[in-house]
Structures are given as structure tokens and as C-alpha cells.
Design a protein around this ligand. Structure first.
Ligand code: TYM
Length: 340
């Protein structure tokens, strides 16, 4: 047996809704890169999922290319992992149809992401929004994945995917699907906070509070310097307010230990100057983001190469997906024209 076929299967994806941000990187991408040598990885661009908000499809196509360029710029090697676009794999849609028969309106309406979307786009509560977790389960189960590297916000979707895997196996009496789990190396799932001290970084909310992997140096400086702070603690060892803790969390992601220790001590001695801390954080952020930004910009221009990566990825992903669908059809006894 080849090494590839004995390794645990990993699936994850990112929606093509614009340039990736720091939350996407530290919640998902960093794990993708770390996993590529030791697992059988399928990483994709979730363009069907982006359709729930009715984007301009020309912009969507640009976004797909951009996300692929970012995958590569962050260090994913298409020789080691399978990189593809969701809509190139029709087997995912077939599995989605079948799993929809096992998904109940009540449970789908209860998911936090659906409730958020109903709140944010009350005029466009389409069936695709409701069944978003079914499509996501199909993405994962189509390769029979066990580990799914994602950020904290996707945890509930993984629980739903496990339910569907279990329900399918139980209903059709065969263990076709393993139960998939959200994954982060050795720790809890991550939530990268936004710079305004409220909620998580996200593509759609406050742009000034989100650091994108495509931001220019001066934009990064401006955003970090605007991050919410206060006059600083007046007594040693004061508990940190959330928005200050968030700044330290961001610093922990991109700065070295000495810098982190310096400002932690300064906070604990009540001598911290947030202006200095933000300046240091901004420069470390630039050191982290600039090489990814420049490399993604170069790769984005090379449409021929991106096309080749997408094509080879789609071929590999379809081979894996159609093997699963064969097992699914066998389990369901729906093999009509396949039979000799
Ligand atoms: P998406 O495109 O919103 O986000 C992609 C990945 O980035 C993570 N993420 C974060 N992590 C930490 N802190 C943040 N502030 C933050 N913001 C985003 C997300 O958790 C995610 O891992 N439904 C998915 C895409 C998807 C998918 C799948 C993922 C479709 N099918 C199958 C895994 C497996 C989504 O909308 O991610």
C-alpha cells in the first residue's frame, strides 16, 4: 500500500468571498500548511457556499483565483495536497442531494450561522442558506475525512456533519462514513479577534478592524494604530479588559517571545504605553503579511499555472469523491446502470 492511502484524510475549505484575513490564516490555513506532510489533505475553495449571498459571479471568479493564489502563497504545495474548486466536483452536489433527505428543517434552523444570516440578510433567506451545513457535510464526507482544520466559528457545523455521517450509516446499515472532527494542533479551536475589541475578524464586518493578507504596509499600520485601547492600568497586575487581551493575542500570533514578554511585563507593572505596543505589533504584522501579499499578487497574475493546479486538483478530488459515491450508492442499493 502506498504511504498516501494509509494516512488520515483531512478536508477543509475557505469561501471565495474576497481576500483572506488573519482569522482565516491562523484559524485554518496555518494548520493546512502544517498538515500537508503527514496527512492526505484535500483543501478547496468553497465557491458554491459563496453563492448564498448572491455575489456578482465575475467577482466570484476573481475571488476563486485570489484564494488559490493565497493558498499557494501561504505555502501549500500542490504536489503534496489536493487543491481544487468545489464546483469542479459534481459528486459533492450528488451527496448533498442525498444528505438533504436526512436533514431536518428544525435542526438546520437552529444553527448559529443560519440565525446570523437571517438577521444580516432578511430579504434573502434562500434554501441554500438553510442547507449550508448539509453542503459543508458533503464537502467533508465526500472524501471520508476524519480531521477538519477550522476555526472556532465552524465547530457547530462539524457537529452537524457528524450527525449526518452517523445517520447515513445507521439508516443504510453500512459504515460508509467515519465521523469527522474539527481540528487544531494541540489546542482549542481558535478565534482571532477583531481590532475594534468586538467579536471576531471577518470578511464582511468592520473592514478597518480586519487585517487582510492583501493589506499594504501603510494600511496595516493605520488599522493597528486605530485599535481600541485606553489610558492603561494605574495599578500593577490589573485584570486585562477584553480589547487589550485581544491585542496581546494578536501579538502572540506574529511577534517573538521577547517582544511579548516586554509588553506583558510593562502591563503588569502598570507602565505600558499602548502607542509603543501598537507600533511594535504593526511592524511585526507587516513582517508577517508582506511576503504573503507579494507572493499572492505574483501568483495571481499567472493564470496558466493556477489553471493547471485547479485542473490537477479537480482530477484527484473527483477520483476520491467518485469512489465514495460508489460506496454510497452500494449502501443505498441504487446501482441500476452500474450493474453488469
Ligand atoms: P470561511 O470562509 O468563513 O472561513 C475559512 C476558515 O477560516 C476560519 N476563520 C477563523 N478562524 C479563527 N478566527 C477567525 N476570526 C476566523 N474567521 C474565519 C474559519 O473557521 C474557517 O476554518 N463554511 C466554511 C467553509 C467550508 C468548509 C467546508 C470548511 C465549506 N465547506 C468543509 C471546512 C470543511 C466557511 O464559511 O469558512
Amino acid at each position: 500500500m502506498s504511504k498516501g492511502s494509509t494516512r488520515e484524510i483531512v478536508v477543509s475549505g475557505i469561501r471565495s468571498t474576497g481576500i483572506l484575513h488573519l482569522g482565516n490564516y491562523f484559524g485554518a490555513m496555518r494548520n493546512y500548511v502544517r498538515m500537508q506532510d503527514d496527512y492526505n489533505c484535500f483543501f478547496f475553495i468553497a465557491d458554491w457556499h459563496s453563492l448564498t449571498t448572491h455575489p456578482d459571479t465575475r467577482e466570484l471568479s476573481e475571488s476563486v483565483h485570489r484564494v488559490l493564489a493565497e493558498y499557494l502563497a501561504c505555502g501549500l504545495d500542490p504536489k503534496k495536497v489536493t487543491l481544487y474548486v468545489q464546483s469542479d466536483i459534481p459528486e459533492i452536489a450528488e451527496l448533498y442531494l442525498l444528505l438533504n433527505m436526512l436533514a431536518y428543517k428544525g435542526e438546520l434552523e437552529k444553527t448559529a450561522s443560519f440565525k446570523d444570516k437571517v438577521r444580516n440578510q432578511p430579504d434573502n433567506v434562500n434554501a441554500g442558506l438553510l442547507t449550508y451545513p448539509v453542503l459543508m457535510a458533503s464537502d467533508i464526507l465526500v472524501h471520508r475525512a476524519v480531521k477538519v482544520p477550522v476555526g472556532k466559528d465552524q465547530e457547530q457545523h462539524l457537529e452537524v456533519a457528524r450527525n449526518f455521517a452517523h445517520r447515513f450509516n445507521h439508516r443504510y446499515g453500512l459504515e460508509v462514513f467515519p465521523e469527522p472532527y474539527a481540528f487544531n494542533f494541540g489546542q482549542d479551536l481558535l478565534k482571532v479577534p477583531s481590532l475594534d475589541g468586538a467579536g471576531k475578524m471577518s470578511k464582511s464586518e468592520n473592514q478597518m478592524a480586519t487585517l487582510y493578507l492583501g493589506d499594504d504596509d501603510d494600511v496595516i499600520r493605520k488599522k493597528v494604530m486605530k485599535a481600541k485601547t485606553d489610558n492603561g492600568p494605574t495599578e500593577p497586575n490589573t485584570p486585562m479588559p477584553d480589547y487589550i487581551e485581544n491585542l496581546f493575542l494578536l501579538m502572540r500570533l506574529v511577534s517573538d517571545n521577547a517582544t511579548l514578554l516586554h509588553f506583558t511585563d510593562a502591563y503588569n507593572n502598570a507602565s505600558i504605553r499602548y502607542g509603543d505596543m501598537k507600533k511594535a505589533l504593526a511592524e511585526d504584522m507587516i513582517r508577517f503579511i508582506a511576503p504573503i501579499r507579494e507572493s499572492a499578487r505574483e501568483l495571481e497574475k499567472n493564470k496558466g499555472y493556477l489553471h493547471q493546479v485547479m485542473k490537477e486538483g479537480a482530477d484527484k478530488a473527483r477520483a476520491s469523491a467518485s469512489a465514495t459515491l460508489l460506496e454510497v450508492r452500494k449502501a443505498m442499493g441504487m446501482m441500476y446502470s452500474f450493474l453488469p
